[in-house]
Design a protein around this ligand. Sequence first.
Ligand code: NAP
Length: 248
Amino acid sequence: MGLLDGKVALVTGGSRGIGAAIVRRFAEQGANVAFTYRSSAEQANALAAELEQLGVTAKAYQSDASDYEAAENLAKEVLEAFGQVDILVNNAGITKDTLMLRMTEAHWDDVIQTNLKSIFNLTKHLIRPMMKNRGGSIINMSSIVGMTGNAGQANYAASKAGIIGFTKSIAKEMGSRNIRCNAIAPGFIETDMTESLDEKVREGYLQNIPMNRLGKAEEVADVCVFLGSDLSTYLSGQVISVCGALNT
Ligand code: NAP
């Protein structure tokens, strides 16, 4: 028996990195999974095919998380295909790192639209179906830099801090409807996003991580399984750092 048997999950940005690990773990635990990607169609469709081998339903959707109308259409399509959504993971995110002196309006807007507005977009379109379904679990992917700030990431840190405020507000608004809303704040996790870091910057980060290594996408995904499952039915409005004790 899986921890997520009979549940339906929708994960944004599921084609690579942390999102792909979440999609895999969810399917391994018995969930039927819909997930989105922006441009990696080949990877996304291969992942969906791999997951179907586990005996669950898995489907990849190309959908830009930053686009309100696209989110509305996606929610409709997924509800038609899967019947319900029990777990929503707002994971899609990007970085456009640069110091404030060089940051353009486009750097700011792209990151805020993709990382923060995206979370409003899908929550907005799935909250009513969750209410009808008498419950749900929303998991928003923040970052420890949303709590600590980081030089060169004012746009990204602002988006991730915004996610925390949004998460706590939704938890308070929707608690009486049995809809839980939590955020995960990863530290430095090995994915394409951190692969592009300069070697010196990477070494600098490593020296500050008490567990002495970067995290794995699967280690974030395991926390999503917990938050999506009935092991966390009284847990809402919280931010869980998954960071090897970097942010304590
Ligand atoms: P990643 O490896 O770069 O993967 C990003 C995923 O998001 C991809 O599936 C990508 O789709 C998708 N995506 C990007 N923009 C999108 C859009 N507009 N619409 C739909 N999908 C979109 O990133 P990651 O490291 O796994 O990060 C996942 C989340 O964790 C992000 O929110 C990130 O901020 C957060 N996080 C990561 C770290 C870390 O150390 N890696 C730390 C803290 C927080 P395509 O494949 O189609 O491009």
